[in-house]
Design a protein around this ligand. Structure first.
Ligand code: SAH
Ligand code: SF4
Length: 368
């Protein structure tokens, strides 16, 4: 389904598109730069803040562009300092944006490292069996402006607690594209959004601090390898053999491991960067020692980092996370084979932080 909003989101414009838009209404090109400064450097919260533009121009801009295509519905804070924002789009679609704070020992909350997890689609068509985002299928792609505006929401919220806005810097340290949706299935809008965040006239946020996670869309991994920016890549592996992977990820039938692994290899060698393999541990599905051995072999061949994620329970799905002992034993096998690996310990489990879960719960509550 394609959603055509009444007004184009202003945060979906780049400097060139805004210049030509302004030209068409008889405004000089330099106004585009002024507007971008207000949006990304001075953190304007409405057209009214843009005091060096005439009242008349502000009214005209308001007629043409949507300042806030996403409205905040709820913000939920979990005990481990993960915060989840539920945002409602103009068509009533809901998406999630998560703020993950990693406190640094000995310094206050304002100095904690913040990672923002953004969504790229409403729902997901890929139907991985363990995932809440795909349970109700795919509804639509997010526009470039809707993707950027998730980060603007976070900036506005976080600016209250940091002085980074004064320095005209983003109010967070990392972006991970790991929320709802398959980023590679909305490639063009995502890349346009990341370029706005990355641009000197935009948020000036470094590409090296942006990680795109994919379930393994091989042609798009190869395309991303050819882009000039140094975005990081994470691949949701979740199975170290085709048998196991196909059982939980339908995409594996389309792009099996013998195609996926060489594509990751290509990305890593073109970019000269380490790729992350994500591996959810699900009891009796992919937590055998044989899977651990095979995963270690794949990671070694790719010089990849492995991120083990104990499964987050999704209501309505029968999967379970393995016991702590089992998780540790799995991890030890990777370590014994000298694979660079981490195991994720709770972040936001109590507010249903795994992708798609808060949205699902809220929709159920609203419809019930
Ligand atoms: N579609 C992309 C990005 C969004 S999913 C992808 O699949 O990579 C982001 C990550 O959350 C993926 O690694 C996904 O497998 C994981 N995930 C999904 N459901 C989960 C759950 N219930 N518990 C833990 N991780 C989950
Ligand atoms: Fe979609 Fe990723 Fe969830 Fe799979 S894990 S259904 S690709 S969001």
């Amino acid at each position: 389904m394609k959603f055509v909003p009444e007004k184009r989101p202003i945060h979906g414009e780049n400097l060139e598109s805004l210049k030509s838009r302004l030209k068409s209404i008889g405004e000089p090109a330099f106004r585009a730069q002024q507007i971008m400064d207000w949006l990304y450097k001075k953190r304007a919260r409405s057209w009214g803040d843009m005091t060096n533009l005439s009242r008349q121009l502000r009214a005209q801009l308001d007629k043409e562009f949507d300042f806030e295509p996403a409205q905040r519905v709820i913000a939920k804070e979990s005990s481990d300092s993960t915060e989840k924002l539920l945002l409602s789009m103009r068509d009533g679609s809901m998406i999630e944006t998560v703020v993950i704070r990693a406190p640094q020992i000995g310094v206050g909350q304002e100095k904690s490292r913040k990672t923002i997890c953004i969504s790229t689609q409403v729902g997901c068509a890929y139907g991985c069996r363990f995932c809440a985002s795909g349970l109700n299928g795919w509804k639509r792609d997010l526009s470039t402006g809707e993707i950027v505006s998730q980060l603007i929401h976070v900036c506005h919220q976080e600016d209250a607690t940091t002085d980074r806005a004064q320095e005209e810097l983003a109010s967070f340290d990392n972006i991970v594209v790991m929320g709802m949706g398959e980023p590679m299935a909305n490639y063009d809008n995502l890349l346009a959004a990341l370029r706005i965040l990355n641009a000197d006239w935009g948020l000036k946020f470094g590409a090296r601090r942006i990680t795109i996670s994919t379930s393994g869309v091989v042609p798009k991994i190869l395309q991303l390898a050819e882009e000039p920016e140094q975005f990081r890549l994470a691949v949701s592996l979740h199975g170290a053999t085709n048998d196991v992977r196909s059982q939980i990820m339908p995409i594996n039938k389309r792009y099996p491991l013998e195609e996926l692994v060489p594509a990751i290899q290509k990305f890593a060698s073109v970019k000269g960067r380490m790729v992350t393999l994500e591996f959810i541990l699900i009891q009796e599905i992919n937590d055998s020692f044989e899977q651990a051995e095979k995963l270690a072999d794949i990671a070694q061949s790719l010089h990849a980092h492995v991120n083990l994620i104990p499964y987050n329970t999704v209501e309505g799905l029968d999967w379970k996370r393995p016991s702590r002992t089992r998780q540790d034993a799995f991890y030890d096998i990777l370590k014994k084979k000298r694979v660079s690996a981490t195991i994720r310990r709770e972040k936001g489990h109590d507010i249903a932080a795994a992708c798609g879960q808060l949205k699902l719960k809220t929709e159920e509550a609203l419809s019930g």
